[in-house]
Ligand binder design. Structure first.
Ligand SMILES: [Ca+2]
Ligand SMILES: [Ca+2]
Ligand SMILES: [Ca+2]
Length: 384
């Protein structure tokens, strides 16, 4: 599905560990004890461990902070932060602010906080640490979150004003959705019965344009949780994020574009994670991408151009709406263009890839198919 495809959304994969260094030399097992019988036995690959502790700017430990681990070889001199398939592991700190990466082949590695902790690639690069893993030893490292507050894409001068945004939206297209219509996606580790999170239940999506931006406003049937403690925990299952994705089939042809996304050529996202997840508040993430590559997997390679730094946000935590503003020059759309939209809102919990899933649809879609809604950008219209 496309919904995790934007690079910044891959935080949901934080519990996925991919050991890329499994060579033919260590395919016996990682856990077997070394044999005392040393005759005619090829030496097994040697392993060590790495314990990483994450602290904030004041030195306090940070739980649930995502750390990336690469081999030095895969990291290279200047990493492509979007090419996460090269990471050896991506995992979050525990309640004591620590992560243990074990069974690592000995050698040189690089660790970094998740890219969303940083404003620029240069800042991220300045904060990586190079570590050496030695046989049968645990190497300890500390990563400190840079001292700043605010989200990863702060509303900069040069972006649209809230007045511009509301004007474009009020002159745009409004699409209604049913309330209480979560669907269960039977395609993975999803909640067999959606939680009643009203703040993740779409009731209307508005789309507008002006000369510079595409605006998308998501209205919900409730208010996004503001503080960390407001994020629901259902019998130990902690809600971790809320994500809205709108994709555009710009040639109105589902057989062209990114097939896994429903034949789309452009994707936009708007999301927010539980407050302490990245150590700053609020941890929004949003962006856009366009240009199908013809590659469906890995997801990160579906689109040619990924833009994570030029979009803007209004609303969000503490509001019953959130607005994304995406440069028309990046999404390659223009006023008056007729396109087909596909929109969904989902949440991720500690147990479920989809704790809730709501599809913007004219007909209460309850299948895997996304609701396809054809609109003309900038048309003042209400659907239905
Ligand atoms: Ca709904
Ligand atoms: Ca298409
Ligand atoms: Ca719906």
């Amino acid at each position: 599905m496309q919904r995790k495809s934007l690079v910044l959304l891959t935080a949901v994969l934080l519990l996925t560990i991919v050991f890329s260094g499994c060579s033919e030399k260590n395919n016996n097992t990682f856990t077997s004890e070394p044999s005392d019988n040393t005759s005619n036995v090829e030496p097994k690959a040697q392993h060590g461990s790495l314990e990483v502790e994450v602290i904030d700017e004041n030195g306090a430990v940070v739980s649930n902070a995502v750390v990336w681990l690469w081999t030095q070889e895969n990291f290279g001199a200047i990493p492509d932060w979007t090419e996460q398939s090269k990471t050896t592991a991506k995992e979050a700190t525990n309640s004591t602010g620590k992560i243990l990466f074990s069974n690592l082949d000995v050698g040189e590695y690089v660790i970094s906080l998740y890219i969303l902790f940083f404003t620029t690639n240069e800042e991220a690069l300045a904060h990586v640490k190079h570590v050496t893993i030695k046989a049968n030893e645990t190497t300890h490292e500390i990563l400190q979150i840079p001292s700043k507050t605010g989200d990863s894409n702060p509303t900069n001068p040069g972006g649209p004003t809230e007045e511009d945004t509301l004007s474009a939206l009020s002159n745009g297209t409004k699409i209604h959705d049913i309330v209480g219509d979560f669907v269960v996606m039977n395609n993975g580790n999803n909640n067999p019965g959606a939680y009643e999170f009203s703040f993740a239940d779409l009731k209307e999506v508005d789309v507008g344009v002006d000369s510079k931006y595409l605006y998308i406003r998501y209205w919900f049937n409730g208010t996004w949780p503001r503080n960390d403690s407001d994020w629901p925990n259902i019998n130990g299952d902690q809600l971790e994020d809320i994500i809205c994705n709108t994709l555009f089939d710009t040639d109105n042809n589902p057989s062209t574009g990114v097939m896994s996304d429903g034949g789309t050529e452009v994707a936009t996202s708007m999301g927010c994670r539980r407050n302490n997840s990245y150590g700053f508040d609020p941890p929004y993430f949003y962006g856009c991408k366009e240009g199908p590559t013809g590659i469906e997997f890995p997801e990160e390679e579906r689109y040619q151009n990924v833009y994570n730094n030029d979009s803007f946000r209004f609303g969000g935590v503490g509001y019953d709406y959130v607005i994304g503003a995406y440069p028309l020059s990046e999404v390659k759309l223009s006023a008056g263009q007729t396109v087909t939209m596909l929109t969904e809102c989902e949440t991720t919990s500690s147990l479920y890839h989809d704790a809730t899933f709501d599809i913007l649809s004219l007909d209460n879609t309850t299948t895997f198919e996304y609701g396809r809604v054809q609109i003309t950008l900038g048309e003042n219209r209400t659907i239905p």
